[in-house]
Design a protein around this ligand. Structure first.
Ligand code: UD1
Ligand code: CA
Length: 471
């Protein structure tokens, strides 16, 4: 690989994408297509990199110069886009002293350097002059079909989809467009026949397709082959908008696979989305339909059950987030149990061993170690001291219709069910508040507060009530 060059084709307009700008600058979840490819190629020991540009060449060149300060990258302008074969022909002149050359497509950006190395090794081992990756596809698509000899199974040629017969369109093995060539052989064949191929294609009103070179190799008895890859995610090509979605799905699968390798368990990985800026540590278990958006830092040993949405969440270790939670802009410590059906909003800071149960909403709330809010509460603009227990239906009434106010609750409090805390208010530590109370004044440490409306008990009242109604 150290003695190889790479030609990256990025001159096309990408008409099928319907963009105003070059297709290779289309943005995926992990940035521009060309950026992804160049990041991989520039991190390999490849010696020379020739980027073929044409449509809006300056935009592409500017993008590359802004993002890659790599002296190995050279730009070649392909004035007219006469096909991938023509693009390679133009680029070859700029390659210097290399023994092999990869041809990569700017719209097939996920290929890994390890795969390129294997491709090169395969070609050298078999003494071939070219090798490319093929893959199996099962949905309708317009990749070039790999034509093999019926008896020997050897690759004969690649037929571009638009020229395939209806029978050939049924072939499931397609070319990924990722090639390696022996430089000498390609250069020689291109010098001898390139001009002729270009003209004959022109006269037939078709592009000079790079795979036509295989036909020339065949005529000269030069050998070539394909490696059928099992990892088709690496070779998704983006020609249409829906293929950009395919590419994003492939990127997501790649990120998930990396986490799997580092010891994260995904119960139904194909239903999970993990944004590029999400970190998940080892021994986490992620349930079905969990979505990580934005920037998340998930510590070790957390279990996140299904149907949960996380956005900008950071949490420590060994938390259990039960199913159906919506969590955004929040921080957790360790060993908390959240949900099911909890809504944790921005500015929530949760310490260790906190329990937040179903239908609890928190916003701008600080919950110290061991706090329990098990059911049906709203805790907004508040801080709650260690080990306090908040009863079902308790509300911090933080909004007076004009502005927000703060509620401070000390530690080890027992707040009964359905308590309204009218902010601004301060409750001391070890305070007991009876169920149903509305608290409007500060309460000092150690007190008991209870508010009860008068109540009546009428013997036989049930019957009396019914009689009255029947009249
Ligand atoms: C190409 C392959 C096809 C393969 C598929 C895999 C050819 C002719 N076809 O088809 O066999 O299955 O990729 O994704 O190689 N480009 C130039 N100059 C040109 C023409 C194209 O630089 O004159 C660039 C484009 O900008 C693009 C890349 O080459 O980045 C591939 O061209 P595209 O037209 O997308 O080829 P496909 O039809 O996808
Ligand atoms: Ca393409």
């Amino acid at each position: 690989m150290e003695n190889s060059g790479a030609i990256i084709l990025a001159a096309g307009k990408g008409t099928r994408m319907g963009l105003e700008y070059p297709k290779v600058l289309a943005k995926s979840d992990e940035g521009e297509l060309l950026g992804i490819l160049l990041k991989e190629v520039t991190s390999s020991p490849i010696k020379e990199i020739v980027l073929v540009v044409g449509f809006q060449a300056n935009e592409v060149i500017d993008f590359v110069k802004r993002n890659f300060n790599d002296p190995r990258i050279k730009f070649v302008i392909q004035e007219e886009q006469l096909g991938t074969g023509h693009a390679v022909k133009v680029a070859l002149k700029s390659l210097g002293d290399v023994s092999s050359v990869f041809v990569l497509l700017g719209d097939v950006p996920l290929v890994k350097k390890e795969s390129l190395r294997l491709l090169l090794e395969h070609m050298r081992k078999h003494d071939h002059v070219a090798c490319f990756y093929s893959m199996l596809v099962f949905k309708n698509n317009e990749y070039g079909r790999v034509i093999r000899d019926f008896y020997s199974g050897r690759v004969i040629s690649i037929e571009e989809y638009r020229h395939c017969t209806s029978y050939q369109k049924l072939i499931r093995e397609v070319s990924t467009g990722v090639f390696v060539f022996d430089f000498q052989s390609l250069n020689q064949v291109m010098n001898e026949t390139g001009e002729y191929l270009l003209e004959s294609c022109r006269s037939r009103n078709i592009e000079f397709y790079l795979p036509l070179i295989l036909d020339v190799f065949a005529a000269k008895g030069m050998l070539y082959d394909a490696i059928l890859t099992e990892n088709s995610d690496e070779f998704v090509g983006v020609n249409k908008k829906e293929e950009l979605t395919e590419l994003n799905l492939a990127l997501n699968r790649m990120r998930i696979n990396k986490f799997k390798e580092s010891g994260v368990e995904f119960r139904y990985p194909e239903t999970v989305y993990v944004s590029p800026a999400t970190q998940i540590s080892e021994n986490c278990v992620i349930g079905p339909h969990v979505y990580f958006f934005g920037e998340n830092r998930i510590g070790a040993g957390n279990a996140i059950e299904g149907f949960t949405y996380l956005y900008d969440v950071s949490c420590g270790n060994k938390n259990l987030i039960k199913a159906f939670c919506y969590i955004e802009g929040a921080r957790f410590g360790d060993s908390c149990v959240i949900g099911p059906f909890a809504r944790i909003r921005e500015g929530t800071k949760i310490s260790d061993e906190v329990r937040i149960g179903n239908f609890v909403e928190t916003k701008n709330a600080e919950l110290a170690t061991g706090v329990k809010v098990n059911h049906l509460s709203y805790l907004g603009d508040c801080s709650i001291g260690a080990k306090s227990n908040i009863g079902a239906g308790t509300i911090t009434c933080n909004f007076d219709g004009f502005s927000k106010h703060f509620t401070k609750i000390g530690s080890e409090c027992l707040i009964g069910a359905n308590v309204n805390l009218i902010a601004p208010i301060e409750i001391g530590s070890r305070v007991l508040i009876g169920a149903g109370s509305t608290v409007t004044k500060n309460l000092h440490d150690g007190c008991l507060f209870v508010e009860r409306a008068d109540s009546k008990l009428i013997d036989g009242g049930f019957e009396k009530y019914c009689q009255r109604k029947k009249k």
